[in-house]
Design a protein around this ligand. Structure first.
Ligand code: F6P
Length: 555
């Protein structure tokens, strides 16, 4: 098989004719209002709605005309997006700064797919690990796997941070309705001692299984928490041997796992071509698989794969992640927008914004391009959000009437996971979904001074009550929140990030910006604790903070 080719990134995307055409189009659009865009184009809602796998994307409430998407897809072609998609799927080393393939899409590919990359039969390896995970999950769920004293496992503690935590915890929370509710799941990530203390306080070591999840198995937070939990367990059970029945590891680093004292038989591997923030569908999802079972986990993976197929094969103009990614570029680069709200209308998705913060901001928060030269555009979006309707009673005021433009993704579902009637005969989910639709309409169309006057609003209140509208949003809907649709939503966002990164010419798969803080934290540890700390080389502000801290700790 020939080595897949990585298309060259344009030296300066802003110098292309496609960029110039978009700049001109943006000037022409000016303050054109969504009210007028809809009034002038009766077919707009239908025309600007696309479907992919089970997801529907209504992007009609964006500040675009029917000319905008063709101009954006022309830009995508100038950035060689179609070739880059193919390069990613086929295993080219598109993570150039680390010289690695980027193959999270292979984690959910069927067993019989042919894909050899750098001499590795990728699907064979992926499914070998999935099969082992399935056997293990079955054994824990059935009670066949017991703890050191013969007790059945009743609690699972996942220790990890970043992608080794956010993916599993977000997906577990999202799919709780499908989980074995006799198993307690806990997630420990922070090196703040309160995190581990709270997680363990009511657990019985004899019936607790610990999954240490770390791609590198060198992460300070994870190894520290793992050591603390190991002591908690060994102290309670009085035997080092207990570790073998209560600790398993998920990692790419077999050597470090065995140095920690976890047997290779209790390790589930993955590969350097899986980025941490793209790893929930690898063995990093083991805690989720134990919670929901291997069959549901397979549905989760099938959902990812359905979106992967759509992304790889649908024309750019009908391709959900392409449309959404290009719209993000449209606002970031042509409207100077800084932030992006993600507003899931599902309480089960309450950790999705945090998950997407890592996915989007660790991937695309870059100032140099993949070729090492400075970027020529703004990059990255500041992702944030909360589930509806809680957000409505907190920060939506700014979305509706503030001075900043904040494009938003509203995510909703047709069928609820719980049908709960209210005593007046209404269905809670109908009320909930009415709120979602109401918010996107209010943002887009607002309320004019004339409308308020016609309703008899006192003149002095009119300026306060005017809703300017023209605030863009996407509505992303799925028939129901299931393992499959969750997989589709995650894959959708993974590919949105890829589309943006391709336009900006950056490597969305490295994260060098987190390294300096880690090094400094290791250096500062002894400065906080040593009898005679060496503060040479530290800045005056840090020295003062260290002094105050040491005084509080009586040092
Ligand atoms: O510090 C950032 C990071 O490297 C993330 O990219 C990653 O998800 C996280 O740390 C955890 O890393 P690991 O899985 O190697 O412990």
């Amino acid at each position: 098989m020939s080595t897949p080719v990585i298309p060259e990134i344009p030296a300066d995307i802003t110098a292309t004719p496609e960029w110039a055409a978009l700049a001109e189009h943006r000037a022409a659009i000016g303050e054109l209002h969504l009210r007028d865009l809809f009034a002038d184009d009766p077919g707009r809602a239908e025309a600007l709605t696309a479907t992919g796998a089970d997801l529907v994307l209504d992007y009609s409430k964006h500040r675009i005309t029917r000319d905008t998407l063709p101009l954006l897809t022309a830009l995508a072609r100038a950035a060689h997006l179609p070739e880059r998609i193919e390069a990613m799927f086929s295993g080219a080393h598109i993570n150039t700064s680390e010289d690695r393939a980027v193959l999270h899409t292979a984690l959910r590919a069927p067993r019989d797919q042919a894909l050899t990359v750098d001499g590795q039969d990728v699907p064979a390896d992926v499914h070998r690990v999935l099969d082992r995970m399935g056997e293990f999950a079955d054994a824990v769920r059935s009670g066949a796997w017991t703890g050191h004293t013969g007790e059945r496992i009743r609690a699972v503690v996942n220790i990890g941070i970043g992608g080794s935590d956010l993916g599993p915890v977000m997906a577990y929370e999202a799919l709780k309705d499908y989980a074995d509710r006799d198993l307690t799941l806990r997630f420990v990530s922070n090196i703040d001692p309160t995190d581990v203390s709270e997680a363990l306080r009511d657990l019985d070591p004899a019936s607790t299984l610990v999954i240490v999840s770390s791609k590198t198995f060198t992460t300070l937070e994870t190894l520290t928490n793992a050591k603390v939990v190991r002591s908690w367990l060994v102290d309670a059970l009085g035997d080092e041997e207990a570790v073998a029945k209560h600790f398993v590891a998920v990692s790419t680093n077999a050597e470090a796992v065995s140095a920690f004292g976890i047997d290779a038989a209790n390790m589930f591997g993955f590969w350097d071509w899986v980025g941490g923030r793209y790893s929930v569908d690898s063995a990093i999802g083991l805690s989720l698989m134990v919670a929901i079972g291997k069959e549901r986990f397979a549905e989760f993976l099938a959902g990812f794969h359905a979106m992967d197929r759509h992304f790889r094969t649908a024309p750019l103009e009908e391709n959900l992640p392409v449309i959404a990614g290009l719209l993000n570029v449209w606002y970031a680069n042509f409207f100077d927008v800084q932030t992006h709200a993600v507003l899931p209308y599902s309480q089960y998705l309450h950790r999705l914004p945090a998950y997407l913060q890592q996915l989007t901001m660790e991937s695309n928060g870059k100032s140099v391009k993949a070729d090492g030269r400075p970027v020529t555009t703004a990059t990255g979006e500041i992702f944030w959000g909360e589930p509806g309707t809680n957000g409505q009673h907190a920060f939506y005021q700014l979305l509706h009437q503030g001075t900043r433009l904040v494009p938003a993704d509203f995510i909703g579902f047709g069928e609820p996971n719980h049908v709960v009637p209210v005593d007046d005969g209404t269905d809670m989910h109908d009320l909930f979904t009415a709120n979602l639709f109401a918010q996107t309409a209010a943002l887009a169309f607002g309320k004019t001074a004339e409308e308020l006057a016609a309703e008899g609003t006192p003149a002095e209140l009119i300026p306060h009550k005017v809703m300017p509208g023209n605030r863009p949003s996407s509505t992303i809907m799925a028939p129901k929140l299931t393992p499959s649709t969750l997989g589709q939503i995650i894959a959708f966002y993974e590919h949105v990030v890829f589309v943006e990164g391709s336009i900006w010419g950056i490597d969305s798969f490295d994260q060098w910006g987190v390294e300096l803080g880690k090094v400094l934290a290791r250096q500062l540890g002894p400065v906080l604790t040593a009898a005679e700390p060496d503060t040479s080389g530290l800045d005056p502000s840090t020295i003062a903070l260290v002094k105050r801290y040491r005084a509080w700790r009586g040092r």
